[in-house]
Design a protein around this ligand. Structure first.
Ligand code: GLU
Length: 315
């Protein structure tokens, strides 16, 4: 059997904050404990949101924290051929179609959105009468014909999960009107071609995992990865960590002289490591982290945590 492989896959759409850092550190620690290979993959396909300079900064800050990897994947944007080939395969099976409907039109067909949903469900009645048998790139979105199936998987952290994407999102976008693969397709193709067997990430992507498994099956790709979805870090208002909670970028703490060991000590506390102390190296984190003692609920970043980090800058 080939070596289990995971990936650290930041999107260079903003600076790394404490929430992303916690997920990447846990991913890295699990890999180093279990001897998994780590592929570093920058997900730069979300072009309009990719910030200039963010790729270099992300890599620099992860290295500063003590995270390393065994292999670096080429940038996604460097070779989009494998994604096009996947679209051709899906089109040959009449599983995808171009769609020019606006958000408003889709929302009207879907009725009232469910609480917490970002996107209205794409109702199958909106599918075109004719589904093409070939993929032609044009400035339109392409959607996947989501089958009526419940997808189940055993998450290493979240436990048994079952989702029916046909009921939640409906036909989702796999190719965008910017002539690029959408995240759901890109991640499946990349994970497959990079031999990824272990996916560790935030649990905001748990619903996406079901969509991704549908694509694995439609494209006949194996093996399907094992998932570990971790609870998100939130602010005291319960919303996921973002700019509104102050400057939680790692670069901000670094600029203020906070050493990486101070940040790791906070991430360790959030990850269920007892008596993490005031300073901890990434290596010590990897030695002491255990997935089964990781807190089960969401984690909260408080103003006291911010203060505690800053105080650590004057060691
Ligand atoms: N690039 C995504 C992120 O930074 C991760 C996607 C994934 O792990 O599947 O949130």
């Amino acid at each position: 059997m080939s070596r289990p492989t995971t990936r650290i896959a930041p999107s260079p759409t903003g600076a790394l904050h404490l929430g992303n850092a916690r997920t990447f550190l846990v991913n890295w620690a699990m890999a180093r404990q279990s001897g998994w290979k780590i592929v570093y993959r920058i997900e730069d396909l979300d072009t309009p949101r990719v910030k200039p300079g963010a790729i270099g900064q992300t890599t620099e800050i992860l290295t500063w924290l003590g995270i390393d990897w065994d292999e670096q994947a080429p940038l996604q944007s460097e070779n989009t051929k494998p994604y096009q080939q996947a679209m051709e395969m899906l089109a040959e099976q009449s599983m995808v179609y171009p769609c020019t409907l606006s958000r408003k039109e889709i929302a009207e067909a879907a009725g009232a959105p469910h609480a917490g949903e970002h996107e209205p469900r794409f109702d199958p009645i909106l599918r075109p009468a004719e589904i093409p048998r070939s993929f032609t790139e044009a400035a339109t979105n392409w959607r996947f014909i989501t089958p009526e199936t419940t997808v189940s998987f055993d998450d290493r952290f979240a436990g048994p999960i079952s989702r029916n994407p046909a009921h939640t999102v409906g036909d989702f976008i796999v190719w965008t009107q910017r002539s690029q693969p959408a995240y759901q397709l890109a991640v499946v193709i990349d994970d497959h071609r990079q031999g990824i067997t272990e996916v560790v990430r935030g649990d905001d992507l748990i619903d996406s995992a079901a969509r991704q498994l549908l694509l694995y099956r439609a494209l006949n790709l194996a093996p399907e990865p094992t998932y570990t979805h971790l609870p998100l870090v939130r602010g005291t208002d319960g919303r996921r960590l973002a700019k509104r909670h102050g400057d939680t970028r790692l670069a901000h703490y670094k600029d203020r002289g906070v050493p990486p060991e101070r940040i790791i000590a906070l991430l360790a506390r959030w990850s269920g490591i007892r008596n993490a102390g005031d300073f901890l190296t990434a290596k010590d984190f990897a030695n002491r982290f255990r997935l089964d003692t990781m807190p089960r609920g969401d984690l909260t970043f408080t103003p006291e945590d911010d203060q505690w980090l800053i105080e650590g800058g004057s060691r």
